[in-house]
Design a protein around this ligand. Structure first.
Ligand SMILES: *[C@@H]1O[C@H](CO)[C@@H](O)[C@H](O)[C@H]1NC(C)=O
Length: 462
């Protein structure tokens, strides 16, 4: 069924940037870069000290979003230039200008039941203009959103598994400077289970105007490549990204031709409108039953009669191509998310391949701060050129999704036992944790034993 993935060993454009094959070149680049940053920093400081009432000193501001600082920020900076130099390195979390913005509009509602927000693109842009310290990097800023139920899990080890699955996401986010929101309550009480995403994502879009993308990741999905980054440049003409098989959508009209458990949605007006249409198929809607019938008629392989978000999404891709489908990118060329059954058996061989590479390449075994792990990930790409992506690849799978395992309820698919699910989750989570613990000097020797670690010797695995 997923054989289309086998043939997709396309090299991402991003891999082309990784031409550093020698440690020497890598370190030289590093020093050049540090030197450049230092010079830029000194120049910025000088500008602030001597010309503080002048406009933006920060060349990195994304020009498409904002062109200059607001005067209130300028005067605050002028009052204390030394502090402003320090603050310049990141978003200013301690200041919200008194001027009105969309938050002050009593008509604007966070509820999925309310009409979609209007002119959201303008409102977001105006907010960014009021908060210029958030402009740098705004184009690629991601907020991860995930969550689980309000009450304790029925499965006695459900909460244990959810905690580990959440830790795994936090680890990934920390390594890549991504913010994360874990929601524990149904924001629209009738939108249970898989429908809970839509109200949460709408609220997150409004709470995070600084983020360009909202990245919904189901609680039962685990990051199993801590280095891989979303190739956002691919999605620049799209507003929604989901994993799937385009051929299955068109030809088979299958409700499982995509997986709606992980998706990226752009924080824009299109998304506000899309969420309303998508949510209108949900259990809170007067059209819920009608949608159940429409979707069941359209998707012959659908196993239950009620309307569900995944079938609804395939429907919109197929039936409303002009309005929605054309802006939805169906990603099938890497594990944007992947089915655990086809992934978990590959961890041992993948670990072996990666260890072999580290044995041969000193630059990859060099100990380093976790904060700079992305720079090592770039060097890694040089050695992963032949690994491929997705099914059949020996690259670490990006996201392993435990679809059907239902860790919280324990009501897993009867195709496999609860123990099979549990072992697979342990294995994936330890496989991921080993990539994290590496920076902390330790490793789990056994992917099925979460409580044992060994101290890594210097220069491991020379
Ligand atoms: C792992 O590698 C061994 C030896 O190369 C091979 O026989 C085996 O099929 C591989 N296992 C998987 C799951 O790919």
């Amino acid at each position: 069924m997923a054989s289309s993935e086998l043939s997709q060993f396309q090299i991402f454009p991003m891999a082309r940037h990784n031409g550093r094959s020698k440690a020497a070149a890598f370190f030289a680049d590093g020093f050049l870069f540090v030197g450049g940053v230092l010079v830029a920093f000194l120049v910025v400081c000088a500008i602030w000290s001597f010309f503080s009432p002048s406009p933006s000193p920060a060349p990195s501001f994304s020009t498409s979003v904002v062109s200059s600082r607001e005067s209130s920020d300028i005067s605050a900076a002028a009052a204390n230039p030394a502090v402003s130099c320090g603050d310049d390195s990141g978003p200013n979390l301690g200041h919200d200008p008194p001027e009105q913005n969309f938050y002050d509009d009593p008509e604007l509602s966070y509820s999925i039941d309310a009409l979609p927000v209007k002119n959201w693109d303008e409102k977001r842009r105006a907010w960014l203009k009021q908060h210029p310290s958030f402009s740098a990097g705004a184009e690629n800023r991601i907020l991860m959103v995930t969550g689980s139920q309000a009450k304790p899990c029925k499965n006695p080890i459900g909460d244990y598994l959810l905690l580990k699955l959440f830790k795994n996401k936090v680890d990934y986010c920390r390594r890549h400077g991504i913010d994360i929101f874990y929601n524990n309550v149904l924001l629209q009480p009738k939108m249970f289970s898989f429908w809970a995403k839509t109200p949460t994502v709408k609220a997150a879009m409004l709470a995070h105007p600084e983020a360009e993308w909202i990245w919904w990741v189901d609680s039962d999905a685990a990051f199993t490549d801590m280095d891989f980054k979303l190739p956002l440049h691919r999605y620049k003409d799209h507003n929604f990204v989901v994993h799937g098989w385009p051929s299955l959508i068109q030809e088979k009209k299958s409700w499982t031709s995509i997986n709606a458990g992980v998706f990226l949605i752009r924080n824009c007006q299109w998304a506000m409108d899309f969420m309303e249409v998508w949510a209108s198929m949900g259990p809170q809607s007067p059209d819920y039953e009608k949608w159940g019938e429409i979707l069941s008629t359209m998707f012959k392989d659908k196993i239950f009669p009620e309307s569900d978000d995944q079938s609804g999404l395939v429907y919109l891709i197929l039936k409303e191509k002009e309005k929605w489908g054309n802006k939805i990118y169906v990603e099938g060329e890497y594990y944007f998310e992947g089915y655990w059954m086809e992934i978990v058996g590959t961890f041992d061989n993948i670990t072996e391949r990666y260890t072999q590479i580290e044995k041969e390449v000193p630059a990859l075994r060099r100990r380093h701060a976790e904060k700079v792990s992305e720079s090592y990930a770039r060097v890694w790409e040089e050695y992963l050129k032949d690994a491929g992506y997705g099914r059949g690849s020996w690259r670490r799978p990006f996201i392993t999704h435990f679809t059907g395992c239902q860790p919280c309820s324990g009501d897993h698919n009867q195709m496999y036992s609860g123990q099979t699910c549990f072992d697979a989750m342990q294995k994936a989570l330890i496989f991921a944790d080993n990539q994290v613990l590496r920076n902390y000097g330790f490793v789990h020797p056994d992917l099925l034993d979460p409580s044992t670690v060994n101290l890594l010797p210097f220069d491991y695995p020379a």
